[in-house]
Design a protein around this ligand. Structure first.
Ligand code: AHG
Ligand code: MN
Ligand code: MN
Length: 335
């Protein structure tokens, strides 16, 4: 018998008290919003959703129409339920506090509404990434400071990948589950339980066009992979780069591998390209929950205390043995 996301969440709430009724509602609402985004993505040119919106977000990136549509879908779906205090998004400079006309809850929702924007118009997998925190301050006021908690404080995290299938991947701190959207029924069905990333891998993901800008430890790691059976690793490696973090991480959760978007010398003052709070943190928690590891090169990403909402970070995540090796190349380069 198939288990829907709704049933899974109800059972999680009942059996272990692992999630509160409010968190259950929140996750149901996020999943519903992802269904709406999936629908818009699938329509493509027929729905008039492709192309640029001719505007820029706070990070100076050109927004695609779908970046804005997905952001609106998520905000409208989540505003009125009474489960949230505020939201933060890659596409909004400031936090979005739940308007006074609705009841306020204690959860904080962060999202990258549309990840992999450069793939929208070329019909390659894209996704939505989300992270849920709990407001720690008391009182009805909510401000940016409430969001600046380390990834260890997440109470739920996940993503939805819009690919050949629409798949929602979720953790509430009790392992990782995957749910595939049954488009006829309109519900997400549990299709992979207790997802585990293999410790060893022979596949890496990095944008090789940046090689000349990399730092020595990353260059060393990739050079050793490229040397194959003739090098110190003694085995051949394969490479993949989809340019949608969601799709690259989905592959790693499915068959292992290591993903890197490291700091590089192009913009040395920036710690990396990817955003800590709504890209790296949720993905890092999923990967750790699936037995993998995640680091900025020197410490686990989940241990970083953010200082700003749109903070960037260097990211290495995936199969544990490879992530440990890359960490060692950073911390003990002499070995
Ligand atoms: P977004 O579309 O939300 O801005 O994120 C894109 C990110 C990430 O998904 C991907 O891994 C990376 O940017 C790709 O960057 P390059 O184009 O530099 O390879
Ligand atoms: Mn992104
Ligand atoms: Mn995005």
């Amino acid at each position: 018998m198939s288990v829907s996301l709704s049933r899974y969440l109800v059972e999680k709430q009942r059996a272990k008290g692992h999630i509160t009724p409010e968190l259950r509602l929140l996750l149901e609402v996020v999943a519903r919003a992802c269904k709406g985004i999936s629908h818009a993505v699938t329509k493509g040119a027929l729905g008039g959703v492709l192309g640029s919106a001719h505007s820029e977000n706070v990070q100076g990136e050109v927004q695609k129409k779908l970046d804005i549509i997905a952001n609106e879908v998520l905000i409208e779906a989540n505003e009125w339920g009474g489960h949230l205090a505020a939201m933060a998004s890659e596409e909004m400079e400031e936090i979005h506090v739940v308007p006074n006309r609705y009841p306020q809850g204690e959860y904080l929702l962060l999202f990258d509404p549309l990840d992999g924007s450069s793939n929208i118009d070329v019909n390659v997998s894209i996704g939505t990434i989300f992270s849920v925190l709990k407001k720690t301050s008391t009182g009805s006021e909510v401000c940016t400071q409430d969001f600046l908690q380390s990834g260890r404080n997440q109470v739920a995290a996940g993503y939805c990948v819009y690919g050949p299938q629409t798949t929602l991947v979720l953790t509430v701190g009790d392992g990782v589950e995957m749910f595939t959207l049954d488009k006829e029924q309109g519900s997400f069905i549990l299709t992979h339980e207790n997802v585990q990333i293999p410790h060893e891998t022979q596949e890496f993901a990095i944008n090789m066009s940046n090689m000349r800008h990399w730092d020595a430890p990353v260059k060393r790691y990739v050079d050793e992979c490229l040397a194959g059976t003739e090098g110190v690793r003694g085995k051949n490696f394969n490479m993949r780069w989809i340019a949608s973090m969601v799709a690259d991480v989905h592959r790693i959760l499915t068959r292992g591998g290591v993903f890197m978007y490291p700091w590089d010398k192009r913009e040395p003052h920036k710690p990396g390209k990817l955003r800590l709070m709504y890209e790296a943190n949720p993905m890092s928690w999923l990967v750790e929950q699936a037995g993998g590891a995640s680091t900025n090169g020197v410490k686990p990403i989940l241990d970083i205390t953010p200082t700003s909402l749109h903070e960037r970070v260097s990211v290495v995540l995936g199969s544990k043995a490879e992530v440990d090796r890359i960490t060692a190349y950073h911390t003990h380069p002499e070995h």
